[in-house]
Design a binder for this molecule. Structure first.
Ligand code: FAD
Length: 823
């Protein structure tokens, strides 16, 4: 097997070693700068609370695996997990509702939970203040990870299996040659390696700098205290770190609690963010103990004052107690709260697994080990892929501001549509000024400003025919939403609308190897129809969907490729580099031209009239998926007849300097046909009505083409593409689960995504996307359901504890007639 060096013997590094060794890899060295018995990183003082429920399926899967692994990791009859259960309490009506939403996620990800009344909370946790608690969520399988002990047991187990551990050995450089890692440098010499995995926790930024890789994490100090002994917690024979009560979260005050024998441990996120530069901490001393380690800074008592007052209110026994120990412990935060897992984009063999909580540690390690040994992880990694960030999001100022914001919001109730407040206006399309004039309400996505709807269209609300009028929404789903989207949907279906598609990624893939590369990476024969763009899929070797792409061959060796995520760009670029290296005569280059170009989707039944008015017949006459390079009013453009909304029209691209003029020209020509500018809210509804899947939500690497209902994008005659063997013989009919469209029976209950879907009384799937489908005047949702579920069958969606009846419906939806453009 390859020679592997893992940097860091915290909970992540030791788990990665263990997961690799258990998969048969046998040349592994773990290099740790601190002493092995207590390395001094975040793991060395982690209180180890494991709350598994997360809005991200991936994170919950990681946590579930961590729990099962720590339960199985035992010595002398004692495992590394104390499954005392978890209790989250609500002290405000908003939190009580939020707990219902959280229970929805738990049901979606198959974690047992129970909503509790005040009485039930007190029965489970008698020390709570009855007057404060409105209710709670009990998760019986949560509990306490004995993280430091787990590290020691993993070191022992893996050492026995042949893993070498070098402690008191800082890695000072990463050695490389010809685009590949070759080893690591330490004060005691070099250690050769084919694969280097940085599991350096909050030191990740420093390790990344050794290979020119910006790591978007920020080390922040977080306060943790222990009280003196409390009679109320004392039980006979309780170990010093023992606990009987569930771990407790009081998120309304940014607090969590556990027992350490007869003392309370209290963690607090409500204080000011306290960023730390890891390099400033100096070298880890040769002796580390509980109170002296690099990841432990002095306690700032002033910051903890509100926490102590709130704690005494929630747990009145604390009024008799005092704080006997406190510290500001350091760990990593990231711009979106997710961990950072993946490969260096250009240095082969360099991997990272950082910004990982104890909660997710074994799960992340398993996924990374799978990726290394088989090429794919069972759990989708999009939420934690290093490549999910755009370059601008790697800027230190961006990372610092957004990670601090993430710290501040870590326990906040966040609406899924809630836009980031700052930093904003980092990336705007050339149409931005016009969009502002039209009262665009922007949301931020990957640092782009994207119009959600346009206030200027409000005046059209009075003209909206009755059958297009939106229904009133509940308070939660009405947030960050406007009925104006109904106008924009109506105009798209009945006249014509302009959509800013600039933020969707566009690549130029060119060179003598380009055609072969794209043939290899996609499921369709992209050369079959030279005059047409191909909408196709990229699969991994297990058949999981890595992305959907639109490929147009502009020249024999040059392709325009539309992708929907930075991870797809990373995948295509990496593979292009590999192929080019292997066969230099057949090189391929990949250029991200997104920022240098722009794109307008002009869609609607009157779009052809607009194009005729502009005297662009070559665009107007394009067949489905046809494309051409031409001029519109003297502006050089590429137009592809494709649609995300199911209406006839084109995506029209030009370089950035012509963008504003292109907008103005289309806008002026569209006036006679009632053109409107339309935003993402309308787009989302219309694309769902038409059956268009969003990668990352409706399809991920956990889903195959047939499951996602995209079997038609797999060219059965095509050979030699990635994933071919895995999809061979599969069919829609044989899929164990399939993405289905649900229409909500009451015609008005709008859900937002990730809610559990019940079939035959049990949670059988979850909502991947949802919208109000204006064309049929009903809310709709997509959900993966067992393959045997038939059209017309009844299901229920649980939304804030309420069951909403829905019907499984055939695609395309009635009223969204077949003549409309398919994706
Ligand atoms: P670490 O444990 O920091 O390990 C990284 C290792 O890399 C270190 O040992 C370091 O010495 C080594 N290293 C770094 N640079 C080099 C180098 N150049 N050469 C060699 N070795 C190097 N998480 C939870 O899930 N639940 C909780 O309740 C919880 N509570 C927390 C409370 C506090 C106060 C803090 C600070 C953190 C808490 N966390 C919690 C977070 C959790 O502790 C960390 O996310 C986790 O321990 C990180 O593990 P790791 O292995 O990535 O990092």
């Amino acid at each position: 097997s390859p020679r592997v060096v893992i940097i860091g013997a915290g909970i992540v590094g030791t788990n990665v070693a263990d997961e690799l060794v258990s998969r048969g890899w046998d040349d592994i060295t773990v290099v740790e700068q601190g002493p092995l018995n207590m390395p001094g990183g975040s793991t060395s003082h982690a209180p180890g609370l494991v709350f598994q429920t997360n809005s991200s399926k991936t994170m919950s899967e990681f946590a579930k695996y961590t729990v099962s692994k720590l339960l199985s990791l035992e010595q002398d009859g004692q495992s590394c997990f104390n499954q005392v259960g978890g209790l989250e309490v609500a002290t405000t009506p908003e939190r009580l509702e939020e707990l219902k939403r959280k229970r929805g996620w738990a049901q979606s990800w198959k974690i047992e939970t129970h909503l509790l009344t005040t009485d039930e909370c007190l029965e489970l946790y008698p020390l709570l203040d009855r007057d404060s608690v409105l209710g709670g969520l009990h998760i019986p399988s949560d509990g306490l990870a004995l993280a430091a002990r787990a590290v020691q047991l993993l070191i022992a187990r893996t050492t026995e299996a042949g893993v070498r551990y070098l402690d008191l050995t800082p890695v000072t450089n990463i050695e490389r040659s010809d685009g590949k890692v070759t080893g690591v440098t330490t004060p005691n010499g070099s250690i050769p390696a084919d694969i280097v995995i940085s599991c350096a926790g909050f030191w990740g930024v420093e390790i990344g700098a050794m290979v020119g890789l910006p790591i978007p994490l920020l080390p922040l100090a977080h306060q943790y205290v222990k009280t003196g002994s409390l009679q109320a917690l004392a039980t006979p024979n309780k170990p010093a770190n023992g606990a009987d009560l569930p771990i407790l979260r009081h998120q309304d005050q940014d607090l969590y609690y556990r027992e350490h024998g007869d003392r309370y441990g209290i963690g607090y996120y409500g204080h000011r963010p306290m960023p730390v530069v890891a390099a400033s901490l100096g070298r880890t001393p040769t002796h580390v103990d509980e109170k002296h380690m690099p990841s432990r800074l002095d306690f700032t008592a002033e910051d903890f004052k509100p926490a102590w007052e709130a704690s005494k209110k929630l747990l009145p026994v604390l009024r008799e107690a005092e704080i006997t120990d406190g510290f500001n412990g350091i760990f990593s935060f990231t711009p979106d709260g997710g961990p950072i897992v993946g490969q260096h984009p250009t240095l082969d063999g360099f991997y990272v697994a950082e910004a990982v909580w104890v909660t997710h540690s074994a799960g992340v390690a398993k996924a990374l080990a799978e990726l290394l040994t088989t090429g794919r992880s069972e759990v989708d990694l999009a939420d934690c892929d290093l490549a999910r960030f755009e370059e601008v999001q790697l800027a230190p100022a961006y990372v610092s501001e957004t990670s601090q914001q993430n710290f501040v919001e870590v326990y906040d109730i966040l609406h899924p549509m809630q836009p980031r407040e700052s930093p904003r206006n980092l990336r705007v399309s050339p149409f931005h000024a016009r969009q502002q004039e039209l009262g665009a309400v922007f949301v931020e996505s990957r640092a782009w400003e994207r119009p959600q709807w346009f206030e200027a269209n409000a005046e059209l609300l009075q003209d909206l025919p009755a059958q297009w009028r939106p229904v009133s929404r509940d308070v939660w789903s009405a947030r960050f939403h406007s009925p104006i989207s109904a106008v924009e949907a109506w105009k798209t279906r009945t006249a014509v609308a302009m959509y800013d598609m600039t933020p969707l990624k566009r690549l130029e893939v060119f060179g003598p190897g380009a055609a072969n590369l794209l043939q290899r990476l996609t499921t369709s024969d992209i050369l079959k129809h030279p005059d047409q763009a191909t909408y196709t899929l990229m699969l991994d070797n297990g058949g999981g969907i890595l992305g959907d792409v639109i490929v147009a061959r502009l020249e024999p060796d040059s392709f325009h490729v539309g992708v929907f995520s930075p991870t797809a760009l990373d995948y295509i670029s990496r593979t292009a580099r590999k192929h080019s290296k292997r066969n230099p005569n057949q090189w391929t280059q990949v250029r991200d031209i997104t920022g240098a170009t722009c794109s307008i989707g002009l869609w609607g039944p009157l779009a052809p009239s607009v194009m005729q008015a502009l005297q662009a017949p070559d665009i107007a006459n394009l067949p489905h998926h046809g494309f051409c390079k031409t001029f519109i009013a003297g502006i050089p453009v590429l137009a592809i007849r494709l649609s995300h909304v199911g209406e006839l029209g084109w995506e029209i691209y030009t370089s950035a300097e012509f963008g504003l003029r292109l907008w103005d020209v289309l806008w002026a020509a569209g006036q006679a046909y009632g053109v409107v500018a339309a935003g993402r809210a309308a787009l989302n509804a219309l694309r769902m009505e038409t059956g268009f899947r969003d990668w990352g939500a409706d399809m991920t690497s956990e889903h195959g083409a047939y499951e996602a209902g995209l079997g038609q994008l797999v060219d059965s005659g095509k050979e030699g593409c990635v994933g071919e063997a895995a999809v061979k013989g599969r069919s829609e009919g044989g899929a164990l689960r399939r993405l289905r469209t649900l229409t909500v029976d009451d015609g008005r209950s709008v859900v937002l995504g990730k809610e559990p879907v019940f079939y035959d009384g049990r949670a059988a799937g979850y909502v991947t996307s949802a919208a109000f489908a204006y064309t049929i005047r009903k809310p709709i949702a997509y959900a993966y359901l067992p393959g045997e579920v038939l059209d017309g069958e009844a299901v229920e969606i649980e939304y804030f504890g309420r069951r909403i009846r829905a019907t499984v419906t055939d695609e395309p939806l009635s009223n969204v007639s077949a003549r409309r453009e398919r994706p």
